[in-house]
Design a protein around this ligand. Structure first.
Ligand code: PGA
Length: 253
C-alpha cells in the first residue's frame, strides 16, 4: 500500500455515557501505547469529547467527532461547529456516515459543505460513502459511488485534499455482521483511487488513505489490510470494547 500510514478509527455512535467513555478510552490508551505504525482514532459522542480528550492527550490515540455543522456559529439548535470540536480536542471529523444520510436526511450537498468546513478548520475529514444492498444487487455500486464521490468532492482542488480520508462503508455491511470480502473491498477501493487519479491527479491518488468500514473485527482485519488499496478501517461495534479494538489496531486475531 505504497507508504500510506494505516488509520484505524473507532466510531462509537450513540453509545457510552461520559464515565463509560472515559473508562474505555483509558483502557485503550494503555493497550495501544506501544503502537507506532498506525494512526488510531476514536469518535465518542459529543458529550464525552472534552473529558476523553484529557485522558488521551499525549498518547497515540487521537480524537474525532461523528459529525459537524458547516456554519461557524448561530441559531442552529442542536448543531456543533468545527471550532467547538477543535476546542474539545478533536483532530478528525467523520462526515456523511450512512446513518446520517439514512436517518437524518444528509445529502451529498450537505456532505460537501461539511468536508469544506472540516478542511478549512484543519480537521481531518473522514468522508464516508457506500452503496445499499439493493444498489449492489442491481449492479449500481459503481455508479452510486461515482455520484457520491463526485458530489462530495465538488469544487475542491487537489492541494486542499491532502489530509482527506475516504471511508468505503457498504451500507449492507454496517452492524450486520456481513463484511465485504477483502476482494469486494479491494475492487471498490481501487475504483475510488482511480477516480481520484482521474479527477485530482496521480500524487493525491497515491497518498490518499481509503479505509474500509462494515463489520470489521479482529478476525477479518488482517485479510482486509493485506489488500493493496485498503489503508485502514472505520470500526463501529467492535470499537466499543478497548481490548477488541486494540486487537484490530494490531491487525491481530
Ligand atoms: P460496524 O460499523 O463496524 O458496527 O459495522 C461501522 C461503521 O458504521 O462505521
Amino acid at each position: 500500500m505504497e507508504n500510506r500510514r494505516p488509520l484505524i478509527a473507532g466510531n462509537w455512535k450513540m453509545y457510552k455515557t461520559c464515565s463509560e467513555a472515559l473508562e474505555t478510552a483509558g483502557k485503550l490508551k494503555d493497550l495501544v501505547k506501544d503502537v507506532t505504525d498506525a494512526d488510531v482514532m476514536i469518535a465518542p459522542p459529543f458529550t464525552a469529547l472534552s473529558a476523553v480528550s484529557d485522558v488521551v492527550k499525549g498518547s497515540c490515540v487521537s480524537l474525532g467527532a461523528q459529525n459537524l455543522f458547516w456554519e461557524n456559529e448561530g441559531a442552529y439548535t442542536g448543531e456543533i461547529s468545527a471550532a467547538m470540536l477543535l476546542s474539545a480536542g478533536c483532530r478528525y471529523a467523520i462526515i456523511g456516515h450512512s446513518e446520517r444520510r439514512q436517518h437524518f436526511g444528509e445529502t451529498d450537498e450537505a456532505v460537501n459543505k461539511k468536508i469544506k468546513t472540516a478542511i478549512s478548520s484543519d480537521l481531518i475529514p473522514i468522508f464516508c460513502l457506500g452503496e445499499t444492498e439493493a444498489e449492489r444487487e442491481s449492479k449500481d455500486t459503481f455508479s452510486v459511488l461515482d455520484k457520491q464521490v463526485t458530489n462530495g468532492l465538488k469544487g475542491f482542488v487537489t492541494d486542499e485534499l491532502e489530509t482527506l480520508v475516504i471511508a468505503y462503508e457498504p451500507v449492507w455491511a454496517i452492524g450486520t455482521g456481513k463484511t465485504a470480502t477483502s476482494g469486494q473491498a479491494q475492487e471498490v477501493h481501487a475504483f475510488l483511487r482511480s477516480w481520484i487519479e482521474k479527477n485530482l491527479g496521480n500524487m493525491l491518488a497515491k497518498s490518499i488513505r481509503i479505509v474500509y468500514g462494515g463489520s470489521v473485527k479482529p478476525g477479518n482485519i488482517a485479510e482486509l489490510m493485506n489488500m493493496p488499496d485498503v489503508d485502514g478501517a472505520l470500526v463501529g461495534g467492535a470499537s466499543l470494547d478497548a481490548e477488541i479494538f486494540s486487537k484490530i489496531v494490531r491487525f491481530d486475531k
